[in-house]
Structure formats: structure tokens, C-alpha cells
Design a protein around this ligand. Structure first.
Ligand SMILES: [Zn+2]
Length: 439
């Protein structure tokens, strides 16, 4: 056995097993050995134990983000698998699932294998690719879904765009339902969206901007709920932004339809008012919506209608984002701010306990995509995140590991500083400030 590792004195949260107590976490040979006295004696009595003291901090299973854009292959001026996974580690994430809207899209086997290989070489996080639903994400012909899943894809999506054609969506759901993977839908009716650039409402009228109505999202969610019921397939709704969508998802779940959902931090903390200064960093798709939508989303996260919390990390170059609101691309980065933003949005106002938050960032996303991890079960890979929920830090995009600097949260003071991220027992992020000691 190589020198075991003891992460000492933190509050261990393992929501899958109902654990919330101060305890040492023991790691040996890249795997979880056990908690406190439950770790095997030969690990605890090993002559060379590396100790990382983390008193006052939270130790939880590595965070999992099932919605990121790593931009590789083809858009390396925005992000690479290297920089994107480094950003993940810095944000406390040990596992990400990446969207296929690269250039070219991840719609054939060699491209899926390329992402898997590059991620392994980079080594900052586990990366699970999501394959395209249709060839070239053109919405016309299904990809060889079974082959792509076999090559390592964990779901299919045409994210960036919706699967617009209901017949194609039906066939994708029939097929993936049999294979046991979800179709992740960027729920949007392209005709209702039109050439809108922000949420359609009082603010868009006042600013004289073209709006995207909330029903552009919700009609697609309703259609997909019906198709999921018909096919017994699994639809996962990406980045839910509208109150009406949460009502549909809640009813679908009550009917036993296999529908799951995620949202992103900005929808819980910002509204369309953030667009007032015409700042392109407040431009994303779906757009920031009304205060009523924001409140309904929080409620849906609390009652489990929205199963998990993602980021929709979408890096763009500064040149792309540094233009007027109308012509700037949609999307913001999210990996390095998500944990702090979620603590601020959900835990500080007491909507969720820390343990309930961690559940939505670990166990639930793993369940949706059938990913390993999410718990400290002895023997499982030592994917670990340590953070201090009360230590505050200031968002400085210039310090991001991501190549993307496009965040609307620049200068915000957030709780929840990440102190250590570990994948398979190997440290992937640890700021200098955290001391190590050996005994
Ligand atoms: Zn999307």
C-alpha cells in the first residue's frame, strides 16, 4: 500500500448514506478506505500517513456537473479540455459531462473517443462526453446512438439547439429508452424564440429589445413530456429557466413520466433586470427571466422537481463577448463560481441544508446519467471536494483557470471557498493557503 491519506477534522457530508458528522476521511490506493474508526486498521496504523488538516471545512464527494461546454475539438480559442477541466477542479468539480456542440459536433465514434482520450491525458477531472442526437446536430438524421454510447457517451443531446422535429425526438427516445440513457433537451421552440435576445417582459419592452417568451421553453417541455410518456424514454430537461416549465415537469413526474431536470446558478440569483446595462455578460440562452420565474425555480429545486444543479459552463472569447448586447453570443462561464453561487442562493437563505445542496451536486446528477461516484462508500474512487462554506472570496474572472472570462458575477463576494479537489486520490486543485502536514 502506498502512503495512505487522512483528510482530518472536517465535517463529512455523504448525503447518499445520510452521513453528516465531523470525522476523518481515509484514502488508500486512490480509493475511499473509510471514515474514522471504520477505516481498516492497516490503513490507520500505516507508518507513513499524509495528513491534510481541514478543521472547519466540509468534506464531500466530488461535485458533478452534467452540463459543460469544453469546446474541443474545433473551438480551442474558447476553451480546451485541459483548461475546462482545470476550471472544474478549481470549482470543486471532479466529474463533468460535456456537450457535443463542438466543431465538428460529437456525432461519430472517433470524436467521442478523442474526447475520452484527451480528458484522460489532461487528468484534472473525469469527463463523460454527451453525443449528438442528430448528424451534425442538423436535426434531420439520427446518429449511430448505440455505437456512440458503446464508445463512451453517457447521453445524447443537440444542446445549443433543441431537437425540433417531434418524430425524430420520438425515435431518439424509443432507442435511448432501451439503452437506458436520457435524451438531454435544450427545450426551446425556435419559432417562438425567433431572433429574441432576452426574456420577453416588461424589461425587454422598456429597453426596446426583442424578447424570448417563457413559453418558448415550456411548450417544448410539454411536448417532450408527452413523447416521454408515449415511448417510456427518459427526457432530461437542460437549464430550466421558466416557472411554467417547472409546473409541467412537476405534473409529468407525478404521472410517472421519466422526466428529470437541471437548472444553473444564474437563474436562481439574477433576473432580466441584470440586462439593464446592456452588458453582454448577462446574455444567455435561455435568458434570465422574471423574479416570479426565479422564485418558482428555487421552489422546484427545493421540492425535487428540478433534480440536479449544473452550470451550463459556456466559455467565449473576450472578442466575441466584447460587443454590443444584440450581436454578442449567448452564454457565460460557470464552473469556478457555481458552488459559491449555489451556497448563496440556496443555503444562506435556508432553502436547503448543505447536505441537501450536496445531494443535488453529487448523487442526483450521477443517478441521471448513470455515472460512478457521488458517495464515500468504502472502495469507491477517492473523488473528494473540501470547501469552507463560511469563508468568503471575491470573484475575479482574471484569475479563472477557464479561458472564458464571461461572467456576470465579477466582483461578487461569495461564500464557499474550495480548499481541495481530488480525483481518484490525486490532488487536482489545492490553493497554496491550505497547509499540509505529515506525521
Ligand atoms: Zn442549451
Amino acid at each position: 500500500m502506498a502512503s495512505p491519506l487522512c483528510i482530518r477534522g472536517g465535517r463529512v457530508l455523504d448525503p447518499a448514506r445520510g452521513i453528516d458528522r465531523v470525522q476523518d476521511l481515509w484514502i488508500a490506493d486512490g480509493r475511499i478506505a473509510g471514515l474514522g474508526e471504520d477505516a481498516p486498521a492497516d490503513v490507520r496504523s500505516h507508518p507513513q500517513v499524509e495528513v491534510i488538516p481541514v478543521q472547519g471545512a466540509v468534506i464531500c464527494p466530488g461535485l458533478v456537473d452534467i452540463h459543460v461546454h469544453l469546446r474541443e475539438p474545433g473551438q480551442e480559442e474558447r476553451e480546451t479540455i485541459e483548461t475546462g477541466t482545470r476550471a472544474a477542479a478549481r470549482g470543486g468539480f471532479t466529474t463533468v459531462a460535456c456537450m457535443p456542440n463542438t466543431a465538428p459536433p460529437l456525432d461519430d465514434r472517433p470524436r467521442i473517443e478523442y474526447v475520452v482520450r484527451r480528458a484522460r491525458e489532461s487528468g484534472h477531472a473525469r469527463v463523460f462526453p454527451i453525443a449528438a442526437v442528430t448528424r451534425g446536430q442538423m436535426g434531420e438524421t439520427l446518429t449511430e446512438i448505440e455505437d456512440l454510447i458503446e464508445a463512451g457517451a453517457v447521453a445524447v443531446s443537440d444542446d445549443g439547439k433543441p431537437v425540433r422535429n417531434a418524430e425524430i425526438m420520438r425515435r431518439a427516445l424509443e432507442l435511448t429508452g432501451r439503452l437506458g440513457v436520457p435524451v438531454i433537451q435544450h427545450a426551446e421552440d425556435p419559432d417562438l424564440k425567433g431572433d429574441g435576445v432576452m426574456h420577453e417582459g416588461w424589461t425587454s419592452t422598456r429597453l426596446g429589445m426583442r424578447g424570448i417568451p417563457d413559453v418558448a421553453e415550456s411548450v417544448m417541455v410539454a411536448r417532450d413530456a408527452l413523447l416521454a410518456e408515449l415511448t417510456n424514454g427518459h427526457v432530461h430537461v437542460a437549464h430550466v429557466s421558466a416557472a411554467r416549465s417547472t409546473e409541467i415537469i412537476r405534473r409529468a413526474k407525478a404521472r410517472g413520466i421519466r422526466m428529470t431536470a437541471e437548472t444553473a446558478p444564474h437563474y436562481l440569483l439574477l433576473t432580466d433586470e441584470a440586462v439593464q446595462g446592456y452588458d453582454p455578460r448577462a446574455k444567455m440562452n435561455p435568458p434570465l427571466r422574471s423574479a416570479r420565474d426565479r422564485d418558482a425555480l428555487i421552489e422546484a429545486v427545493v421540492d425535487g422537481t428540478i433534480d440536479c444543479l449544473a452550470t451550463d459552463h459556456a466559455p467565449h472569447t473576450e472578442i466575441e463577448k466584447d460587443s454590443d448586447f444584440d450581436s454578442a453570443p449567448f452564454g457565460i462561464v460557470g464552473l469556478e463560481t457555481a458552488l459559491g453561487l449555489y451556497v448563496k442562493a440556496l443555503v444562506e437563505p435556508k432553502h436547503l441544508s448543505l447536505s441537501e445542496l450536496i445531494l443535488r451536486l453529487t448523487v442526483n446528477p450521477c443517478k441521471i446519467l448513470g455515472l460512478p461516484g457521488g458517495t464515500f462508500e468504502p472502495g469507491s474512487p477517492a473523488d473528494v471536494t473540501v470547501f469552507d462554506p463560511s469563508r468568503r472570496w471575491t470573484v475575479r474572472a482574471s484569475e479563472f483557470a477557464s479561458m472564458g472570462r464571461n461572467t456576470p458575477f465579477e466582483g461578487w463576494e461569495l461564500p464557499g471557498q474550495v480548499l481541495l479537489t481530488m480525483v481518484g486520490g490525486r490532488v487536482t486543485y489545492r490553493p497554496d493557503a491550505v497547509p499540509a502536514s505529515a506525521r
